[in-house]
Design a protein around this ligand. Structure first.
Ligand code: PMP
Length: 329
């Protein structure tokens, strides 16, 4: 080891310093990187540039950190909640609970999360680690049971407030003000198409609102599971793409702002996610795989050759260790 001398001008090419100190972890949300897929692009002989926006670079590892921060900060500014006094109550079995938990802990709120008892043990433990109170509801009642329990808690707890990710206008607005602006700046305005999975629809709708004002030709495509393609006129159904395809059309989704909603099956989403990990070293989650599959499908269309296509990658593979993303490994 002592005999090894590195070239004096060796360049590690890592990201530059951020050049500031953050007051608290909430201030670290956003500013996620846009990354190319050189090996998949070559392997598929893609004639369009496909980029992934890596939302797992947010502090608690998902796109939901943006709305966790935004819904709380907006409510504080509206005078609806006060740190140390208000109690946040949200029904969620997903990433939103974890995102609300870090914001609640950082700003001094009590948080109660209600979820069906089937939710993964990792999620419950992460919530408890950040001092959130977890109330489990019977599995057979599904999300409806968790929502009903949250409503009950809201009525019986003084100073309780529900962020309400499916109704809260701060959800699409934070994507309009932050996610979309980052895509615009990082691509220097060359973005032509954005693809985002639709859960609450906040990501896709907010990005559409902002980017279409900047460049009328930009197209935004939503993605929903083939197994529950309600935006394409099918019946809701069970599926394994966590975070998208809630089975109803939420208030936070502005379907008219989208240029289309593509369907991707769980099998296709998982295949794309695994390929991305294997070929380009980016272990993305299942809904990220769905967005990537849709982005590659669009890239193959002749009318999109030469275009820049951004797919949103909401979360990291590790959050799905106990799912079919890892089966057989
Ligand atoms: N993927 C994952 C993993 C998510 O947690 C979410 C948020 N529910 C989405 C996709 C969809 O984002 P949105 O709610 O903004 O439509």
């Amino acid at each position: 080891m002592g005999s090894r001398t590195l070239p004096p001008d060796v360049d590690f090419q890592l990201a530059p310093p951020r050049g500031r100190i953050f007051d608290s972890v909430v201030d670290v949300v956003g500013g996620t990187p846009l990354v190319g897929l050189p090996r998949m692009t070559e392997d598929d002989n893609l004639q369009a540039r496909v980029l992934l926006k890596l939302e797992f670079f947010n502090p608690l590892g998902s796109v939901k950190d943006r709305i966790g921060a935004a819904m709380v900060l907006a409510a504080e500014q509206e005078g609806l909640i006060t740190p140390g006094k208000s109690v946040l109550v949200e029904p969620t079995s997903g990433n939103t609970g974890i995102s609300l938990a870090f914001v609640a802990a950082s700003r001094g709120y009590r948080l109660i999360v209600t979820m069906p008892e089937g939710a993964s043990i990792e999620r419950r433990k992460m919530l408890r680690l950040m001092d959130a109170q977890v109330e489990l509801t019977p599995s057979r009642l599904g999300m409806a049971g968790a929502i009903a329990r949250a409503q009950e808690i809201l009525k019986t707890t003084p100073d309780a407030w529900m962020p309400g990710q499916f109704d809260n206008p701060a959800n699409p607005l934070v994507h309009e003000r932050t996610t979309a602006q980052e895509i615009w700046e990082d691509t220097a305005g060359t973005v032509d198409i954005v693809v985002a999975g639709v859960g609450t629809g906040g990501t896709a709708s907010g990005i559409a609102h902002a980017l279409k004002k900047k460049k009328a030709s930009v197209e935004i495509f939503g993605v929903e599971p083939t197994e529950s393609a309600i935006l394409n006129g099918d019946e809701p159904g069970p599926h394994g793409i966590q975070g998208i395809g809630p089975g109803f059309c939420p208030r936070t989704l502005d379907v008219k702002a989208l240029d289309g909603v593509l369907t991707v099956s769980e099998r296709e989403a998982i295949a794309a996610a695994r390929r991305c990990a294997r070929m380009d070293g980016i272990p993305i989650g299942i809904s990220s795989g769905a967005a990537l599959h849709a982005a590659i499908t669009l890239a193959h269309r002749p009318e999109n050759h030469g275009k820049t296509i951004v797919a949103i990658a909401p979360s990291f593979a590790e959050r799905y260790l106990s799912t079919s993303l890892f089966s057989g490994l």
